[in-house]
Design a protein around this ligand. Structure first.
Ligand SMILES: [Zn+2]
Ligand SMILES: [Zn+2]
Length: 275
């Protein structure tokens, strides 16, 4: 559903926001799903201060594509995995391929992996959990962050991380918990990556989480082409729109835009170990 100003303009890219006063990044997007050439999307992002982007695979084929794309473009990095919703159909050969890709120098995370109890039901859950455990193991052996997709599965994601032993660096992409879940993540040093849905009307719990998350544990992302922030909800998302979410985070947290940009830049450097 489009926001008021999006009405009648579905499919049309939103205008570019003002450039950020300090550089920031997009910790999670899917270049393969966007309708624009990667070079254009990267240039548009850099023009507003988004100088690094992580493009994320959801199966072996798209993971390979993200690695090739990262290799071709300055400022683009990759994350590789079989997505939880694809996990019920994945097996040893897929995990072996993901493990190979994970060692590439431009791969900064193993993900998106985790649990999705919304789109996968009942008998898929066991396979999802097995795939999640395998990805945690790959992340640890590759020395990369694990990038978690957690939909309606907060307690089970924590249970698996606790029992498996979490890698040193854990990111919850498109963080969807409330204040108390944010505290549980903060206690364990897990990074919370906030997306454009923090601007949605019905997201009061998420904003409460964003307001108390420690500055050293916050990231920002688009999950583009999905989750376009207000007032452009329903129109195509891309990394050049990250400044809207940085501005929303700053307002929610009562901080300067520049301070939030610096905080996510520092968190990303630590989490993704890029130079
Ligand atoms: Zn996801
Ligand atoms: Zn995603």
């Amino acid at each position: 559903m489009a926001g008021a100003r999006g009405a009648g303009r579905e499919g049309e890219p939103p205008p570019a926001p003002d450039p950020l006063p300090r550089p920031a990044l997009d910790s999670h997007c899917h270049f393969d799903l966007m309708d624009v050439p990667v070079a254009n999307a990267v240039a548009a992002a850099k023009a507003v201060g988004i100088d690094r982007m992580v493009t994320v695979g959801v199966d072996v084929e798209t993971s390979r594509w993200q690695v090739a794309t990262a290799q071709e473009h300055d400022g683009v990095y990759a994350a590789v995995a079989v997505h939880p919703n694809e996990a019920p159909n994945a097996g040893e050969a897929d995990w072996a391929e993901i493990e190979k890709l994970a060692s590439h120098p431009k791969v900064v995370a193993v993900g998106e992996t985790g649990l999705d109890h919304y789109r996968t039901r009942d008998d898929g859950w066991r396979r999802q959990e097995e795939s999640f455990r395998r990805h945690i193991d790959i992340a640890k052996r590759a020395g990369k962050a694990v990038m978690i997709h957690d939909r309606d599965a907060h307690d089970d994601v924590m249970r698996v991380l606790d029992s498996e032993g979490a890698p040193e660096r854990v990111v919850f992409h498109c963080f969807s918990g409330d204040e108390s879940f944010a505290r549980r993540c903060a206690d364990r040093g897990y990074v919370m990556s906030f997306a454009g849905n923090i601007t949605f009307k019905n997201a009061a719990d998420l904003r409460a989480a964003a307001s108390i998350a420690p500055a050293g544990l916050i990231l920002v992302e688009t999950d583009a082409p999905f989750l376009t922030p207000m007032p452009y909800r329903g129109r195509p998302n891309a990394p050049y729109l990250v400044p809207l979410t940085v501005a929303a985070l700053a307002e929610i947290r009562g901080e300067d835009v520049a301070a939030v940009a610096d905080a996510v830049t520092a968190t990303a450097a630590r989490t993704f170990a890029w130079t």
